[in-house]
Design a binder for this molecule. Structure first.
Ligand SMILES: NC(=O)c1ccc[n+]([C@@H]2O[C@H](COP(=O)([O-])OP(=O)(O)OC[C@H]3O[C@@H](n4cnc5c(N)ncnc54)[C@H](O)[C@@H]3O)[C@@H](O)[C@H]2O)c1
Length: 349
């Protein structure tokens, strides 16, 4: 008897290897630029999406989260963890995978690795925000925290915003060395600094991308001059922040989805009604972004489901008809849809 899975049983699966090959095929900077535009396009149709704060399961060492959304035609979710101590044991702080499904029949249409894709989409979302909020013509970015996300962040800012130099700081010198090694030859001037104060000297954009499960103070108020754009990536969980509260009080704060950011972002340090601007409203010209050269703009990034949805849809479109995926026998498909039991019985013969 034929035990080969049918076409309906199969779901395209993008492995880590496929993803890396796809990134090289498209080109890293092109991928980041495309993804920035794709996320912006979806943020501009904000009202169409189902939105909910992500579902988080917290533990002493970290968090595991599910991030669902749908635009009414396609449903998507991401599984992602955040465990800052993982690197000490040779594991990554953040890993992820995700899925897209057809809303009309509920069948999955894509399963994909998302550890690499999360780094790309987080960088793209940061670049999207900076494109609208950073001082015009910004050339220099301070990159504080030189871990897994950092090169992606810098390259997206180069490609989308046009920065030409990055000033690095990490408490672990080897992380900074790794960054400098990896991005040599990408056309960015790279300055390794020995303190966060030195790193932010002359920078129009300050990106904080550290990992620590505590109320950390990566930047204090006196370190931040007027007119800068702060791209705060690492504060993304209750009890896990990077900026001193006083910086928030001097900044105009832009967020993805307030109900989630108020729980997880830097603004968890502020009153629940502290004014913030939703980024999608700036993109749709409903609210203003940067209004003056002295203004401090802050993108309080926590990562929102629509960004992952955009990234998965981009990958789905790019792999069509390519060698960058394999078919996975993932859905039981009995000859008679009501005879799932019979399918199991017959499989033993
Ligand atoms: N906002 C988002 O959408 C989003 C997406 C992905 C990851 N993140 C968060 O970004 C952060 C970085 O992620 P990653 O994968 O790069 O982690 P990582 O562990 O690979 O890198 C973090 C780096 O920060 C450094 N660091 C820790 N404390 C520091 C300090 N006080 N000053 C300077 N450097 C310090 C570490 O030495 C390490 O090199 C994590 O907190 C993660 O949860 C946010």
């Amino acid at each position: 008897m034929n035990t080969e899975p049918s076409a309906l049983a199969m779901v395209p699966f993008v492995s880590v290897d496929h993803m890396m090959n796809l990134v090289h095929h498209i080109g890293l900077e092109q991928f980041l630029g495309d993804l920035t535009d794709r996320i912006e396009r979806d943020f501009k149709r904000w009202s169409l999406f189902d939105k909910t704060p992500r579902v988080a399961s917290h533990s002493k060492e970290g968090v595991i989260e599910l991030m669902p959304t749908s635009d009414g035609e396609v449903y998507g979710f991401k599984y992602v963890n955040g465990h800052p101590k993982n690197t000490k044991a040779g594991r990554q702080t953040v890993t992820a995978f995700g899925l897209l499904a057809d809303v009309d029949n509920g069948y999955p249409v894509l399963l994909s690795e998302m550890t690499i894709l999360t780094a790309l989409r987080t960088a793209a979302a940061s670049a999207m925000a900076a494109r609208h909020l950073a001082p015009k013509g910004a050339k220099t970015m301070a990159m504080i925290g030189n871990g897994a996300q950092s090169e992606f962040q810098s390259l997206a800012m180069k490609n989308v915003v046009g920065i030409t130099s990055v000033r690095l700081f990490d408490i672990v010198a080897a992380a900074t060395e790794k960054f400098a090694r990896n991005l040599a030859g990408f056309g960015l001037d790279i300055e390794k600094c020995t303190s966060p104060e030195a790193a932010i000297e002359g920078a129009e954009i300050i990106t904080t991308c550290t990992a620590d499960k505590q109320y950390a103070t990566i930047l204090t108020d006196n370190m931040v001059g007027s007119g800068v754009h702060i791209n705060a990536i690492g504060g993304d969980c209750p009890g896990k922040t990077e900026l001193h509260r006083d910086i928030l009080l001097r900044s105009d704060i832009f967020v993805e989805y307030p109900p989630q950011t108020r729980i997880e972002g830097e603004i968890q340090q502020l009153d629940a009604d502290h004014p913030v601007t939703e980024l999608w409203q700036v993109l749709c010209a409903q609210k203003t972004g940067r209004t003056g050269s002295a203004q401090i703009t802050l993108f309080d990034s926590v990562g929102f489901a629509i960004e992952d949805f955009s990234a998965l849809c981009y990958v789905r479109d790019k792999i069509a008809g390519s060698e960058f995926y394999q078919e996975l026998d993932m859905l039981a498909d009995p000859d008679d849809p009501r005879d799932l039991f019979g399918m199991v019985l017959r499989s033993s013969s």
